[in-house]
Design a protein around this ligand. Structure first.
Ligand code: ADP
Ligand code: MG
Length: 621
């Protein structure tokens, strides 16, 4: 970029223009947050310089005390926020106050619609930051000088598509943002109002915020205060600031660990899903500080992605201040802190799950799918995560823990049974569950996409293996039936069905791997299951959907020997000329297709399915 000594004009990046329209139009009710945003930028600028001065101490020479100043000029109708932080060069200004570098901007703007309330909360989460100044100002000037440089610059814009940059003069480093307050925003020209806003939103800021001779905030990092001295309101305020959120923290985890390695964590679990929760990057937002100095957000190795819903701060005086990000990753101290944090968070979740199961269900709805990603890791953490997992089940209306499941296991039941599907309601109605229901054996109903993955990684809970009800034999024989005598139960007679099975096998050919009498059906005539050792039905469906598998595997078709249709077909199969019986053949295909439909799949040849169904209906009418 060539630096010019005269005034230059620029247009805002399209996205900024769009954002400015929304900001100017829709944030009316909450526009006081502009001050929080500007103070927060000033605080960030001080943080950045403090960090830079670790390796270049000359940057703060002569002016070592960071501060933020608020000023009001009632006559000129301006409010300004100044800092002696890092400041901005000509190119910094161009890059940061004219574009949005933030990742996810495109996706964010797509979500923005006409719903004002929704916009407000989205924008809050996204953090329009600096641009919020245009809610209350019809012109914004930014006078800035970068630490270590002599030149100063004036950036100016009316927020209507263009901005200018020109050379200017400034005493000392830092930035002054001056707002020319709009006619309809005069309230922000009152001292008391400004004081109140700072008290509401910015008390936690770690640098003094001065207004004339008065310092408006405590100017001490909130996480460094004794946990018992921090009120719920202060937590909410800090959480809003650090998470760009509008909701209340669902859970606050604030504690100090003293020992060979000392650190403080102030972590919040949000009460609603952050908008980037399911982004592919799986980025976390917990900030790492070393002795009050901000180092970086979500450094690799601080927290695992399955805890990415957490917000807040971790501060340790035992990490080295000028450690590079790459070295931080492999620092054994960071690994220790990570272990401690994981233990603490899972421990707190467990307490909450036991003490307040209903509130915990809210958490689980928001973040259960994320937490379950952690089950893919093996080791002791897996067990701890399993303890705080909750599942829908055939035995309970709400959610159940694994511990409760195990305590309800039937005599002779060896495994924790589950069924996976895409849709909770469909899963609950699967024919494969019938035999389990009849015997009163509980089955976990899994319908999160992540369920397909973790079940492959978790061997057992309390030594009980997990077993899919759509794969292999159900082993229900060893389980005592409910209210019936095990001995009397009529075992399906394979020999009885052998003629029918032979006809169906010939007719269906490679479309099925095998045809067998079922021990798991009580109401439906048929179902499909994976053979023992084959890929589970749900996993295959997932792989097919993502294009990793082209054709599905042939499955085992199970027949319910006690079902009328199966019995009658069986009788026809025993008669002479069964091999030419058109109805029997159509019946074989229809049974297979209805088993697919019950699994939520579509018959591969829907036209043939309809034709056969019509034939059979005609002959019945
Ligand atoms: P964010 O703070 O989330 O990065 P903002 O819109 O609030 O987004 O600010 C955009 C960028 O402008 C900042 O990242 C920073 O680089 C720059 N900036 C804003 N205010 C200041 C300031 N007072 N001092 C130095 N840089 C600033
Ligand atoms: Mg900001």
């Amino acid at each position: 970029m060539t630096e010019s000594k005269t005034r230059e004009e620029f247009t805002f990046q399209t996205e900024v223009g769009r954002l400015l329209d929304i900001v100017a139009g829709s944030l009316y009710s909450n526009r006081e947050i502009f001050l929080r945003e500007l103070i927060s930028n000033a605080s960030d600028a001080c943080d950045k310089l403090r960090h830079a001065a670790l390796t270049a101490p000359s940057l703060t020479e002569g002016d070592p005390n960071f501060r933020i100043e608020l000023a009001l000029d009632a006559k000129a109708k301006t409010v300004s926020v100044s800092d002696n932080g890092i400041g901005m060069s000509h190119d910094d200004l161009l890059e940061t106050l004219g574009t949005i570098a933030k990742s996810g901007t495109g996706a964010f703007l797509e979500q923005i619609g006409d719903d004002e309330k929704k916009n407000l909360s989205l924008i809050g989460q996204f953090g329009v930051g600096f641009y919020s100044a245009f809610m209350v100002a019809d012109r914004v000037d930014v006078l800035t000088r970068k630490a270590g440089e002599d030149e100063a610059w004036l950036w100016s814009s009316d927020g209507k598509g263009a901005f200018s940059i020109e050379p200017a003069a400034r005493d000392g480093r830092g930035t002054t943002v001056t707002l020319f307050i709009k006619k309809d925003a005069k309230e922000f020209l009152e001292q008391a109002r400004l004081r109140h806003i700072v008290a509401t939103y910015s008390d936690h800021v770690g640098f003094p915020v001065a207004f004339g001779d008065e310092t408006l905030n405590a100017a001490s990092a909130i996480w460094a205060r004794p946990p018992k001295d921090v009120t719920a309101e202060q937590h909410t305020e800090f959480y809003h600031h650090t998470a760009h959120a509008f909701d209340e923290p669902w859970l606050t985890i604030h504690n100090r660990v003293e020992g060979v390695l000392s650190y403080t964590n102030l972590l919040y679990v949000p009460s609603s899903q952050p908008f980037d929760l399911f982004d592919a990057e799986r980025k976390g937002h917990v900030k790492l500080y070393v002795n009050r100095v901000f180092i970086t957000e979500d450094p690799e190795g601080l927290l695992p992605p399955y805890l990415r819903f957490l917000r807040g701060v971790v501060d340790s005086e035992d990490l080295s201040l000028n450690i590079s990000r790459e070295m931080l990753q492999t620092d054994p101290k960071l690994a220790k802190i990570r272990q401690g944090l994981i233990r603490r968070v899972l421990g707190e979740l467990k307490k909450k799950a036991e003490k307040a199961p209903e509130a915990y269900a809210d958490f689980w709805r928001n973040f259960g799918a994320v937490l379950k990603e952690g089950l893919v890791d093996s080791g002791p953490t897996q067990e701890k995560i399993l303890e705080v997992c909750r599942f829908a089940s055939t035995a309970a209306d709400g959610l159940t823990s694994l511990q409760d499941y195990v305590s309800r296991m039937k005599e002779g039941q060896e495994a924790i049974y589950y069924i996976i599907g895409e849709d909770a309601a469909q899963v609950a109605n699967s024919p494969q569950l019938e035999g389990f229901r009849a015997k009163g054996v509980e089955v976990l109903l899994l319908s999160d996409p992540v369920d397909d993955f973790w079940v492959q990684h978790v061997a057992a809970y309390l030594e009980k293996p997990f077993k899919s009800v759509t794969r292999g034999g159900p082993d229900l024989d060893s389980v005592a039936g409910e209210g019936e005598d095990r001995e009397q139960e009529s075992a399906p007679d394979a020999a009885e069905l052998s003629d029918l099975i032979a006809v169906i096998k010939v007719e269906l050919g490679d479309a099925v791997k095998d045809v067998r009498p079922s021990r798991r059906l009580t109401e439906s005539p048929v179902c499909l299951v994976a053979d023992e050792g084959d890929m589970d039905v749900s996993l295959e469906r997932l792989l097919r959907r993502h294009g990793h598998l082209k054709v599905g595997m042939a499955r085992v078709l199970e027949l319910n020997p006690n079902h009328d249709i199966v019995r009658k077909l069986s009788d026809r199969a025993k008669a002479d000329g069964a091999s030419d019986d058109a109805l029997l053949k159509a019946g074989a295909h229809l049974l297979l297709d209805q088993a697919r439909i019950a699994d939520g799949d579509v018959p591969p040849d829907p036209a043939a399915f309809a034709r056969r169904l019509n034939e059979v209906m005609k002959s019945a009418l």
